[in-house]
Design a protein around this ligand. Structure first.
Ligand code: LLP
Length: 440
């Protein structure tokens, strides 16, 4: 397994993160346990901040909170000078509870409800990324009723195919997201914003997909969007002062993954935006990007305890851990690949090939197929790396498993940032109708 961030192997052969032994964290907080490396989260934020020259006022980097969000995470993101992308009332509520600076909150989503739009207007958030005509009309009406002006960025589907899994691809034409560009809907949307009261047009947005390993589609997207900006200017007079090119920057999960650096993504985008703005004779817009995975993915890992081990001679050896698809649905959903290490045998050589499975009642509950590890024994602490993005946020209570705890480690300090769900939490929303309470 490739070591990430502050991961090290100490002289006792134990894996450490933030200077703390993973086995010790497992003892103290239990397993499964999400472990977040604060230094790596902050370093990733800083890489984006610098690569996009945020300090010079050219750009804004907004963290896509769907990747991982808690109030603690909000505080870290705010303290690194990044904005926040939220896609629901729940994410917005979390950001507000954490005291996130409202002017840097961007509200996305293809079906924002009446209540969510009211919540966002009342909070006075920075930008509404408007996805469709019905939302636009509702937002206009609500803003007028409240005597406000909502700052609007239009989400556009540019028709770009980025190489990624079908479920996480969003920029192609046949998408539930945004105003379609090639059929003229996007231009129509800009005209409508201009005419509707209570809305102020700020710019354009697109998101071409996720876990992308190629800079080229970002350049293409920038070019297409600026061409649209030129058309919008010509037919409405509206200026695109902000261009949000979404997130999707790929990360390393397992051997064979070769993501470009954040800097090379940034260079591609910034150079293309400058070039095209000049070509179309437009003022250079502020560039916005929305990384989620590339901020928090490599900074999170999951510690499990090895339970049963089943060997089918000549076929396969299954090593079952005390979590699985309930805390990490990505292998089952996207065939996502991960790497693992035995935290208490971190410097021992690999000597067997095993398949790591979860404890859910489902054959598809696999974490890693055929991985090489030192001899695995019951009670070992297995750590799966790069689970920080879309692990906790897509977790479930399948099989009535409580969601794991999460700790934030930094300089030999561990702070609990999400408490483990216990049996009471599982019953919290159950209601037992009186007629079912049987005395017999
Ligand atoms: N902006 C928009 C509008 C998005 O839809 C997304 C992700 C992002 C930014 C952040 O993308 P990132 O930088 O994290 O790739 N559950 C899937 C990923 C779905 C991504 C959805 N949108 C997974 O586990 O891979």
């Amino acid at each position: 397994m490739k070591l990430q961030g502050t991961m090290q192997i100490n002289s006792a052969g134990n894996l450490t993160i933030g200077g703390l032994e993973v086995t010790q964290l497992a003892r103290e907080f239990g397993t499964p346990l999400y472990i977040f490396d604060e230094e790596l989260i902050r370093n990733n934020c800083r890489k984006f901040y610098e690569a996009f020259a945020v300090g010079e006022g050219q750009s804004e980097v907004i963290y896509a909170s769907k990747a991982f969000l808690t109030t603690a995470m909000c505080r870290i993101i705010a303290s690194e000078g990044l904005g926040l992308d939220v896609v629901s009332g729940g994410e917005l509520y979390t950001a507000l509870a954490a005291g996130f600076p409202v002017e840097h909150i961007y509200f996305h989503g293809n079906n924002k409800s009446y209540m969510e739009l009211c919540q966002a207007l009342d909070a006075n958030i920075g930008r509404f990324v408007v996805d469709n005509f019905s939302e636009m009309e509702l937002l206009s009406r609500l803003a007028v009723e409240k005597g406000q002006v909502a700052n609007v960025i239009l989400r556009v589907t540019p028709g770009i195919e980025a190489h990624t899994h079908d479920y996480i691809r969003t920029g192609q034409i046949d998408s539930k997201f945004g105003f379609t560009l090639p059929n003229g809907q996007a231009l129509e949307a800009a005209k409508r914003v201009k005419d509707l009261p209570g809305l102020e047009f700020k710019g354009l947005h697109c998101h071409i997909g996720s876990q992308i390993f190629d800079q080229e589609p970002y350049g293409e997207a920038a070019a297409i969007m600026l061409k649209l900006a030129a058309e919008i200017k010509e037919s409405t007079g509206l200026l695109t002062t902000e261009l949000d090119l979404g997130g999707g920057f790929g990360i390393y999960y397992a051997e064979g993954d070769t993501p470009p650096s954040i800097n090379s993504f940034a260079q591609k985008i910034l150079i293309e935006v400058s070039k095209k703005a000049k070509e179309f004779n437009l003022p250079k817009p502020k560039v916005i990007v929305e990384p989620g995975r590339s901020i928090v993915g490599p900074a999170g890992s999951t510690a499990y305890t090895v339970g049963s081990i089943k060997e089918i001679p000549g076929v396969r050896k299954y090593v079952a851990v005390d979590g699985g698809m309930a805390d990490n649905i990505r292998p089952a959903l996207y065939e996502a690949k991960y790497e693992a290490i035995i935290a208490n045998k971190a410097n021992l050589p690999a000597e067997e090939t095993v398949t790591i499975t979860g404890k859910c009642c489902e054959s598809g509950d696999m974490l890693i197929w055929d991985t090489k590890l030192p001899k695995v024994e019951v009670g070992d602490i297995l750590l799966v790396s790069c689970t920080g993005a879309y692990g906790y946020t897509m977790s479930s209570n399948y099989n009535r498993l409580g969601r794991p705890a999460a700790v934030l480690v930094r300089e030999q300090n561990a702070d609990l940032i999400i408490k483990r769900e216990d049996y009471n939490d599982l019953l919290r929303n159950d209601i037992l109708p009186a007629r079912l309470i049987c005395t017999k």
